[in-house]
Design a protein around this ligand. Structure first.
Ligand SMILES: Cc1cc2nc3c(=O)[nH]c(=O)nc-3n(C[C@H](O)[C@H](O)[C@H](O)COP(=O)(O)OP(=O)(O)OC[C@H]3O[C@@H](n4cnc5c(N)ncnc54)[C@H](O)[C@@H]3O)c2cc1C
Length: 440
């Protein structure tokens, strides 16, 4: 069977689903994308879900493969490093990559999704259906039951392959869960997030082209730039603490105590309005295995690996899923999907689990460790060794954000680097003691 006679249903026209449609359309498959929400290009913007995202190397690589990188970067704002705000209003900047000046990009979720949907729609072999929600899947038969809320009809659709790109609460995954030997490890963390904003008129109060962080140990606030000069501010904190701040007075005391400089930047009234009218959103982290069912179904993106957002890798990792699927189709896709899907699970499992763990670790780094001298000392050593031995000593953040190195390899590299530094430190300490002893 040639690709043009094979059909694929993609559930979810979010970031990962629409990018996947572009990849598969290029290969000639007949694609139908079913998205539960209305077409965001026609709908008004909704507050609540992070409105800008950090795009890094893996995401850019995937976008480049379908010819969209340039268009996305035209609409993105480069971020060259972090700017730390202390309680005393002092700031300190830390470049992401001092030697090669690589940066990450802040991109609007909606603009990115619009670019991807429009690109997917241009392929004659892609059909997009909005307000069409998946209700059930019959995996063995490759059948989907979909409710079209425009016509109030139930649609029964069949395809050779069903791809679930339907986010963290994926219905396709729920069906996979009913198959034997499917493992799912799901956890919520006690912290949530709430979005605030700095309008473009006040945007100049923040230093441009940096990711701003207000690290406060147990919690933190960050700000990412938007292309119109405004900023999206996100406060990450325990759900209990959010609950405590339930009046203008408590909010004022809290911000004066922890984020004094941010009051003027956000604006007192806007802060009160935005904070007190919203409730925090929760985080879910989930790992599962396998990602496929026979030659019939596959889950990608958050459906397969929702992670906490502290490494800025959720979307990038989902985009990398599309790259990996495409590479496997190139090598093994001539006959049937079963080898491709099996290899996808084998290839992604270790990497995806590694980035889920790294994302959890990075919350501690961002909200707490960045304020400690040991963090800065390690950064100096890492930068020095990276400059000296660029092919051997790649710091963790750089390998995750600026290369395609498998996430599991990034993690293992960090482990051996830690060992080398510990041994080095022990040797130095011994030399120091021996020298002091000899001098006495
Ligand atoms: C606060 C926050 C900040 C983040 N920051 C970053 C960042 O800086 N960088 C980064 O890389 N990642 C970031 N992420 C993660 C990123 O948002 C996700 O990884 C990414 O959106 C996943 O895309 P997706 O397409 O897999 O899922 P989603 O974006 O959730 O899309 C799923 C789509 O499926 C549709 N759908 C759901 N159920 C059905 C159904 N039954 N039938 C039909 N359609 C359905 C939904 O309507 C939706 O459009 C962040 C996440 C959060 C919460």
């Amino acid at each position: 069977m040639s690709n043009d006679t094979k059909s694929v249903i993609i559930i979810g026209g979010g970031l990962v689903g629409s990018l996947c449609a572009c990849f598969l359309a290029k290969r000639g498959y007949q694609i139908q994308v079913y998205e539960a929400r209305e077409d965001l290009r026609k709908a008004k913007h909704q507050r609540g879900k992070s409105i800008n995202l950090a795009l890094s190397h893996r995401g850019r690589f995937a976008l480049r493969s379908v010819g969209l990188e340039e268009k996305v970067l035209e609409n993105a704002v480069p971020m060259e490093g972090r700017l730390l705000h202390s309680i005393s209003n002092a700031t300190k900047s830390i470049a992401y990559d001092k030697h090669t000046n690589q940066c990450i990009y802040s991109v609007s979720r909606n603009i990115l999704n619009e670019i991807l949907l429009t690109a997917a729609e241009k392929y004659p072999n892609v059909k997009l259906f909005f307000q069409c929600k998946l209700k059930d899947v019959f995996l063995k038969e490759g059948k989907c039951v979909i409710y079209d809320s425009k016509t109030k009809e139930i649609l029964n659709i069949e395809a050779d392959l069903i791809i679930g790109a339907d986010g963290a609460f994926s219905r396709v995954r729920r069906c996979l869960q009913q198959t034997p030997l499917f493992h799912l490890n799901q956890s919520y963390i006690e912290h949530g997030y709430l979005e605030l904003s700095v309008p473009s008129e006040r945007g100049h109060l923040l230093v441009p082209n940096l990711l701003h962080i207000w690290p406060r140990g147990e919690f933190m606030m960050i700000a990412l730039p938007n292309s119109d000069g405004s900023w999206t501010v996100t406060l990450f904190m325990s759900l209990e603490k959010f609950k405590e701040i339930d009046s203008k007075k408590k909010l004022k005391i809290f911000f004066e105590q922890h984020f004094p400089d941010a009051i003027d930047i956000i604006g007192k009234e806007a802060l009160e309005r935005e904070f007190l009218s919203s409730s925090p959103n929760y985080f879910i982290s989930l790992k599962c295995n396998p990602y496929h069912f026979q030659d019939r179904a596959l889950i990608i993106g958050d459906a397969a690996h929702a992670m906490v957002p502290f490494y800025g890798q959720g979307m990038n990792c989902g985009f990398e899923d599309c790259t990996v699927l495409d590479q496997l189709l190139e090598v093994h896709g001539k006959c049937s999907f079963d080898i491709v899907l099996e290899k996808f699970t084998q290839r992604r499992r270790e990497d995806v689990h590694a980035i889920c763990d790294l994302a959890m670790y990075n919350y501690i780094e961002m909200r707490d460790l960045v304020t400690r001298p040991t963090f800065h000392a390690r950064k100096i050593i890492d930068d020095f060794l990276y400059k000296l031995l660029p092919t051997i000593w790649l710091p963790l953040y750089n390998s995750v954000s600026f290369t395609n190195t498998r996430y599991s390899v990034c993690m293992r590299n960090r482990q051996w680097q830690n060992k080398v530094l510990s041994i080095g430190l022990c040797i130095l300490t011994v030399i120091l003691f021996v020298s002091i002893f000899c001098l006495m």
